[in-house]
Design a protein around this ligand. Sequence first.
Ligand code: ZN
Length: 372
Amino acid sequence: MSTSITVGSARGIPGQITYGSFEGVALPTGGSDDMPVVIAQGRQDGPTLWITGSIHGNEYSGMAVIHQLLGPGGTYFPLDELCGAVIMIPTLNPAGLRTESRSPYYNRGVDPNRQFPAPERTQKNGEDDIPSGLEKAYARLYERIEAHGDYLIDLHNAVLGSIGFAFRDPVYYRDEADRVEVQKLQQRNDDLLDAFGFPIINEFPSAQYLKKNLHRSVSGAVLNKLRRPSFTVELGGYLHVDYAIRDGAVAGLRNVMHWAGMLPGSPEPMPAIPRPKIDYQVRRMMHPRVPQSGIVKHLVDTGDVVRQGDPVARLVDIWGRPIGPENGLLFTEHDGYVVGRMQGEVYYENEPVLWMAVRDDSELLLPFPPDY
Ligand SMILES: [Zn+2]
């Protein structure tokens, strides 16, 4: 039901776009670091779609996509045709946005996209976790998503010049009966991803996913705790807005609304965005890594399809002389494609040189580990 939606001071009104703020972390100097909220509510009931952006403060494309979907003062938004509601948060991290940094200055060094509520653990680790102010603010926002939210799409940026793509996260079940339910959720999530229409890359495999706390990302928490379809989108490089990818994402979001029955008619054509031509499933991998510190000359670029054994970079010293065996060449051990070149030319030992999507047959419907 999309009636009586409230998110902070924003209140949904049928047939209107309304604005408000959601109370964030309290500041020692007074006031709080509030998140902006926009609610577009149709006259007819229907599903509720959340679109969240810029939880990493130096990633502007989420905010830019929401602004472009709305148009100046909401003039581009197909409000008259809308069934249900779209709740938009242009930034989940105003402090990071103001200071052009990934984390807010009051949680420096902590990834804000790992601070959403985690699935309940069946076994506690003995220590009581004391939540930060940011975790508490996100927990309150999560309650609003739980109250009014059928789908959530969280918008991010990757490395400079990278392609736009959507992540497909693993989904976890507790027992055999639960597995059947979770399988339906996974299918629904796959349909949502297909409706959005960007290239799809599987997230890290199970052990790494939990170790990296990705189940506490915005979309990870909505998918694996709330169990509603949700995914993360990467929209090109940070500190920059790629307008072609932005416009692709705007079309993708409207197409999600068509798929969900929130807009009438068929999906609209997607603007051209890079789509590496492969016929297999892929997952993300930072690869290959430099065996020793040096200067890297990439031999492949964004979108290039590679085969196992292809040379992808050359490592040289500051005088430009190749370092190591094979005349300094670094080879990929995987079939796949280049999502983006890691930024910069100067690399320390074991740093990755490429963000790659590599061939992947791993299962993404998984049991929770025993301590969950
Ligand atoms: Zn991000």
